[in-house]
Design a protein around this ligand. Structure first.
Ligand SMILES: CC(C)(COP(=O)(O)OP(=O)(O)OC[C@H]1O[C@@H](n2cnc3c(N)ncnc32)[C@H](O)[C@@H]1OP(=O)(O)O)[C@@H](O)C(=O)NCCC(=O)NCCS
Length: 158
C-alpha cells in the first residue's frame, strides 16, 4: 500500500484484468513483445505464482497495481530476488492510459524500500538507454545509473 496505490501479490485470476493493461502496442516500445491473450497470460501467471526458478536460487515476487479503492488493475511490479539476498532486480509496467501520474515511481519506491528493509545488498533495474520515463522511475526509486550494460540496457543500482 502506498499513498495512492494498492499492491497485491499476483494471482492467476489477475490475468483477465491484466489483458487490458497489456493490450496497447506502446507498452512494448522499449522492451519488445506483443499483447498476450488471456490464455497466454494465465499460463504465464501460473508459472510466476510458483514463486521460484527451477533450482530455487531466485525468488519471483510480482504485484498487481491498482488505484486504492478501485478494482481494475493498472499495472504490475516485479522483483527477482537472489535466495541469499545478495541482489534483486526490479521492473515496472503501468498501462498507457494511466501513465504520467507518477504511479510507477510511487510503486517502485515502495518495492525498493521493502527490499532494502529485507536486507537485499544490491538492487538493480535494466533500463533501455532511450527510455526516459523508466530512467526517471529508477531515479525516483533511489537507483543510479552505472556504466554496466545488460543486453544493451543500462544497469541502474542502489
Ligand atoms: C516506464 C513506465 C512504467 C512509467 O510509468 P509511469 O507511471 O508513467 O511513470 P511515472 O508517472 O512515475 O513517471 C516517471 C517520470 O517519467 C516521466 N515521464 C513519463 N512519461 C514520459 C515520457 N513518455 N517521456 C519522458 N518522460 C516521461 C514523468 O514525467 C516522470 O518524471 P518526473 O517525475 O520528473 O515528472 C511506463 O511508461 C510503462 O509501463 N512502459 C511500458 C513498460 C516498460 O517499458 N517498462 C519498463 C521496463 S523496466
Amino acid at each position: 500500500m502506498t499513498d495512492r496505490l494498492a499492491l497485491t501479490p499476483l494471482t492467476v485470476d489477475d490475468a483477465d484484468g491484466m489483458v487490458a493493461v497489456y493490450a496497447d502496442e506502446r507498452m512494448y516500445t522499449y522492451t519488445g513483445g506483443t499483447p498476450p491473450t488471456a490464455d497466454e497470460l494465465r499460463q504465464r501467471y501460473d508459472r510466476l505464482v510458483g514463486g521460484w526458478n527451477h533450482d530455487r536460487s531466485e525468488q519471483w515476487c510480482n504485484w498487481i497495481v491498482r488505484v486504492s479503492g478501485r478494482s481494475e488493475p493498472i499495472g504490475a511490479m516485479q522483483a527477482t530476488i537472489a535466495d541469499d539476498l545478495a541482489w534483486a532486480s526490479v521492473a515496472w509496467e503501468i498501462a498507457v492510459g494511466h501513465q504520467g501520474n507518477r504511479y510507477a515511481s510511487e510503486a517502485a519506491r515502495a518495492i525498493v524500500d521493502w527490499l532494502m528493509v529485507a536486507g537485499v545488498a544490491r538492487i538493480t533495474a535494466a533500463v533501455h538507454p532511450d527510455h526516459r520515463a523508466s530512467a526517471n522511475v529508477a531515479r525516483m526509486a533511489g537507483l543510479s545509473p552505472t556504466s554496466e550494460l545488460d543486453d544493451g540496457e543500462v544497469v541502474w543500482e542502489r
